[in-house]
Design a protein around this ligand. Structure first.
Ligand SMILES: [Zn+2]
Length: 71
């Protein structure tokens, strides 16, 4: 998941949306339902170290209390 910022040219609203990295961002609509939102890039520069993507450590499922410390 990554947070993307969008701007709606119809109502002028700027909003953020969390999408998977491979999501179809062209299908994103504004909270009012308008189409054709534009991607807004963050003002703060994102640092990409080396080649490749910024990978987040995503976990699947809710955190369960499954911690065995071997007592
Ligand atoms: Zn809108």
């Amino acid at each position: 998941m990554a947070i993307y910022e969008f701007s709606c040219p119809t109502c002028g609203l700027t909003f953020e949306k969390a999408l998977p990295m491979n999501a179809d961002r062209s299908a994103v609509r504004c909270p009012a339902g308008h189409r054709g939102v534009r991607r807004v890039f963050f003002a703060t520069p994102m640092l990409f170290k080396g080649s490749g993507f910024y990978v987040t450590d995503h976990r699947s499922g809710p955190a369960s209390s499954h911690e065995n410390d071997g007592s």
